[in-house]
Design a protein around this ligand. Structure first.
Ligand SMILES: Nc1ncnc2c1ncn2[C@@H]1O[C@H](COP(=O)(O)OP(=O)(O)OP(=O)(O)O)[C@@H](O)[C@H]1O
Length: 238
């Protein structure tokens, strides 16, 4: 089932063209990753999808009833502000203890309710943000650089959690990341953006596309193979 159609979208910001004629789609249950250099318009596409920006041309088509969950890059919580995880998850909407416990468990951080937000590790914090998005019971989960500040092992673990969430909720996932080899391996399809769609397809197709290599070099594919090996726990000889 078609979930989101980004149809020939162009956006200018501050008089500068940021997106030109960008088209792609997202089907139910798919994990799609947008990669691209700094300033290539990745966040702008997400903002157009969530309705925070109106395209100058083209349109984003999706069912009006679509439930979205959004995981931001980072959220700053004042170190002096005492707030527990359970309370944080009950803002702005009051949530039942059972619903909070379920979302934390789906995000892989069961039992954190009574911890202070400021005492969480980087990985736990991002998972609490994931839990917050899951409280919406999303049909589409959007993640914008959700693992900034985590090390590579932490990022890989986070994106594996996202794959588990997709498998159990059957939601579509659209994410943006700089960690090419990690996110690409967790994706069904990859869109390489640089103001326009440079190339798209399976992670392997994109990693070997000349347009992608021109932007990112050739280093990624080896890392991709390594991560896949790691991730599958397959032990065939290569
Ligand atoms: N409100 C704004 N006014 C003017 N220019 C903007 C505005 N927001 C973003 N831009 C510009 O639009 C371009 C694309 O920004 P965007 O944040 O979408 O890129 P990105 O690919 O997500 O970048 P990064 O990887 O650095 O997060 C950048 O050149 C940025 O400076």
């Amino acid at each position: 089932m078609r979930m989101v159609d980004v149809n020939k979208v162009s956006v200018s910001l501050g008089g500068k063209p940021v997106l030109q004629n960008v088209s792609f789609h997202l089907d139910a249950g798919e994990i799609v990753t947008i990669v691209g250099p700094n300033g290539s318009g990745k966040s702008t596409v997400l903002r157009a999808i969530v309705g925070a920006i109106k395209p100058d041309a083209g349109q984003v088509v999706m069912p009006g009833s679509l439930r979205l969950g959004y995981v931001p890059q980072k959220l700053h919580i004042d170190q002096t502000l005492p707030i527990t995880v359970a309370r944080f998850l009950s803002l702005p909407k009051k949530r039942s203890g059972a619903k909070i416990a379920e979302a934390l468990s789906q995000a892989g951080v069961e039992g954190l309710e009574r911890q202070q937000m400021t005492s969480l590790s980087g990985g736990q914090f991002q998972r609490v943000l994931l839990a917050r998005a899951l409280l919406e019971d999303p049909q589409l989960l959007i993640l914008d650089e959700a693992t900034q500040g985590l090390d590579q092992v932490g990022s890989a673990a986070f994106y594996r959690q996202v794959e588990d969430v997709r498998a159990s909720l059957n939601c579509a996932v659209l994410m943006v990341s700089h960690e090419l080899h990690v996110v690409m391996s967790a994706s069904d399809r990859v869109i390489c953006l640089n103001g326009h769609v440079c190339c798209h397809g399976s992670p392997e197709t994109v990693a070997s596309a000349p347009e992608y290599r021109a932007l990112f070099g050739t280093g990624t594919q080896g890392a991709l193979a390594l991560y896949r090996h790691d991730h599958d726990h397959s032990h065939e000889t290569h």
